[in-house]
Design a binder for this molecule. Structure first.
Ligand SMILES: [Zn+2]
Length: 283
């Protein structure tokens, strides 16, 4: 049997109380004690610590049939935030998300991607200003994830394949140099699949398809995104659909990308591209 020290148990209880409130918005001290089988003084102690550290707050009182009304506790969603940055060829989007994963602030910058120091510096300045603008303290920023069209190494630090942006070999150090927060890359399709998982935690096995101007995908097994040993699993867009077919940006012929991406669907449809895409989905 594993041995736990008193400090470990305290930490676990503290975390359990927080997670219970996180999952059950507006709860009373008594309901926490009942659900977690803790004594009221123990729950009180943890609630006080969580209040002191700004992780939770009180939010009125709960209706009760008997006795006096109980104080309701809820988490403070913006006690910590994370930053998401989507890098595209012609623009980037910066979003600030709270602990429920809700976007609190978002902005689009028309900065075209370049694999150059000037670009990394400019983007980092935009991010820092955005954080400042919303009066978020640096210590409350958990980290920054950069999503882009490219495959990412297992440690999230390098782009191992980035043909669309022409950024193969790009290191996260290029951004970290200018930002005082933990940074990582995420493959954009995986990022979108992660959002689906966050919203639907009951998903166990699934194939995620992202139909954008480029096609993307991800494979979910046992509720987790599978990147495979080489970080290439789920790249559905490069499965051969037509042997010897149209040339793909990846260098192969007849990939799904060449036939099913929005770029391919819109190719040669004249100047009313959006109408044609709508017609496609209607059909
Ligand atoms: Zn391809």
């Amino acid at each position: 049997m594993e041995k736990f020290s008193l400090t470990d148990i305290k930490k676990m209880n503290y975390s359990d109380v927080y997670h219970f409130i996180y999952a059950n918005d507006k709860c009373s001290k008594q309901s926490i004690a009942n659900a977690l089988q803790m004594s009221l003084p123990t729950v009180t102690q943890h609630l006080n610590m969580l209040l002191e550290e700004g992780f939770i707050e009180t939010c009125g009182q709960l209706q009760s049939q008997i006795g006096r009304k109980a104080v309701a506790y809820t988490i403070t969603p913006a006690a910590r935030v994370s930053i998401g940055v989507e890098i595209l060829k012609n623009k980037l989007t910066i979003a600030i998300l709270d602990l429920y994963g809700h976007i609190r602030f978002q902005k689009v910058c028309r900065i075209p991607f370049q694999d150059s120091a000037d670009y990394f510096k400019e983007v980092s300045t935009e991010i820092r200003q955005f954080i400042l603008e919303h009066e978020i303290e640096g210590k409350n920023v958990l980290g920054i994830a950069f999503a882009l069209q490219g495959l990412v190494s297992q440690d999230s630090r390098n782009i191992i394949y980035g043909k669309i942006l022409d950024c193969t070999g790009l290191s996260i150090a290029s951004f970290e140099k200018y930002l005082d927060y933990p940074c990582r890359f995420v493959h954009d399709a995986e990022c979108a699949a992660m959002t689906e998982l966050w919203d639907h935690p009951e998903l166990s096995h699934a194939v995620y398809f992202s139909l954008g101007y480029h096609l993307g995908g991800a494979i979910i097994i046992n509720g987790e995104i599978q990147s495979g040993r080489t970080g290439r699993s789920g790249t559905i867009e490069h499965m051969t659909l037509v042997p010897g077919g149209l040339p793909c940006y990846c260098g192969q012929m007849g990939c799904m990308e060449c036939y099913c991406s929005a770029n391919a669907l819109l190719a040669g449809t004249g100047d009313s591209g959006n109408e044609d895409l709508d017609a496609f989905f209607e059909a």
